[in-house]
Design a protein around this ligand. Structure first.
Ligand SMILES: [Zn+2]
Length: 330
């Protein structure tokens, strides 16, 4: 036996690749490899590839949190200016995604918003396990977003009108609709019906929440039923579709509005374009599933830029809640 073969750690320079051989526990130094079983599995090789094109020069790094590049026109903007512009690119009008709290702040009159069901959180009813458990996902997103779930609901004033408001947040598990999203929306719709108030729901969602299986699908029927009772009381419901609004959300409360508005460039649809293309085996028309395409085809009523949304909503609400003038006495 060659003594060199028994060394525990070897460094073998081979071309530009570095090989580290790590000896696993259970192999005693100084014993013949034949005494250790299995001899072939006692060593593991880690091959570290050289980094291609790694420059020796230090990369100049831009300080984070100061600038944002517009993904559409590639203009660099100061974050502060972008925030002041409600996260809309001043050059090309690209609408950046916006969180639920920022959205409420941009629409509702100061100090008029009373949040409802702020502490309602999902439970892992199916005991879902996958790459990560549902519980661990919920914990991680609650910590990262400081939200309890993918929708914030409450009553606030827009212009002079009090409204029941539900605002979804894509940052929380892709704005997916689970039991809590359905239940919170249901509560706010029922509360608005009770108090004779209009309802506004601002949607952004990838669809139903797969971690809750059938329970998330049930939310489609539940919210639709609550909206039917709201409509029976002859109260207006305005649905606002923002980027992206897809699948189960689009197939339920998002498309049930008396008025359906959308933000410019928002992707709106049921199944994704690739699925439709593969199923129908045909080319999709340009601009398919954008707000502009849907407006042309009559599925939505108007596209409203984010900066005009508050005034437009106040106008529509005033119009839709106006009392009928009393018939003049004969
Ligand atoms: Zn831009």
């Amino acid at each position: 036996m060659n003594p060199a073969a028994r060394t525990t750690t070897r460094y073998i320079p081979a071309m530009s690749t570095t090989i580290f051989i790590k000896k696993l526990p259970g192999v005693v130094d100084g014993t013949e490899p034949a005494l250790n079983s299995p001899p072939t599995g006692s060593e593991t090789a880690f091959i570290k590839k050289p980094k291609l094109g790694a420059s020796k020069k230090k990369k100049r790094e831009m300080p984070e949190g100061l600038w944002t590049k517009c993904p559409k026109c590639e203009t660099l903007m100061f974050d502060k200016e972008l925030d002041e512009n409600l996260k809309v690119c001043a050059k090309c009008q690209y609408h950046f995604p916006i969180g639920s709290r920022e959205r409420i702040h941009s629409l509702v009159e100061t100090c008029t918003f009373e949040e409802m069901d702020a502490q309602m959180t999902s439970v892992d009813i199916l005991g879902f396990t996958g790459v990560a458990t549902y519980r661990s996902k919920l914990d991680a997103y609650q910590k990262a977003t400081t939200l309890t779930d993918a929708v914030v609901t409450g009553i606030g004033k827009i212009g002079k009108q009090r409204v029941g408001l539900g605002v979804m947040d894509f940052n929380f598990l892709g704005g997916s609709m689970g039991s809590v999203v359905g239940e919170k929306l249901n509560h706010i719709i029922e509360r608005a019906t009770e108090k004779n108030l209009p309802v506004i729901i601002i949607s952004t969602s990838g669809g139903a929440r797969m971690y809750e299986g059938m329970f998330s699908l049930m939310q489609m029927a539940k919210t639709a039923a609550a909206l039917a009772y709201h409509a029976r009381a002859r109260l207006p419901y305005l649905s606002i579709l923002t980027h992206p609004t897809m699948a189960g959300v689009m197939a339920s409360y998002s498309t049930l509005g008396d008025l359906i508005l959308a933000e410019p460039g928002a992707m709106i649809g049921f199944a994704g374009p690739r699925v439709i293309k593969d199923t129908t085996q045909s080319e999709l028309p340009p601009g398919f599933q954008t707000a502009e395409f849907l407006l042309d085809h009559g599925l939505i009523d108007a596209i409203v830029p984010r900066k005009e949304l508050k005034d437009r909503l106040a106008y529509y609400l005033q119009f839709l809640t106006a009392k009928k003038p009393r018939a003049a006495a004969a």
